[in-house]
Design a protein around this ligand. Structure first.
Ligand SMILES: [Zn+2]
Length: 78
């Protein structure tokens, strides 16, 4: 590492609003976060798709059609 250009770092425990604390290394001595890996929907699996104007439904219908066609093709091969 180059001398005199890096800030002093501290091993701090970052506190999340969900109550979880994480040991991290930071240039800040006190770290508070709003979301962490324990409470972010991406990691908890509670993430919901926001369906705008039934676009997902439309896609699923179209996809089901394609799948049926693919199944037919398979049975013809046998
Ligand atoms: Zn959290």
């Amino acid at each position: 590492m180059k001398k005199d250009i890096h800030p002093k770092t501290y091993e701090v425990s970052a506190r999340c609003v969900c109550g979880n604390t994480l040991k991290i290394i930071s240039a800040e001595q006190k770290v508070d976060v709003h979301v962490c890996s324990a409470c972010h929907p991406f990691y908890t699996g509670t993430e919901k798709f926001i369906d705008t104007a039934g676009r997902i439904e439309k896609f699923q219908k179209r996809y089901a059609k394609v799948e049926k066609k693919a199944d037919k093709g398979k049975s013809n091969d046998k």
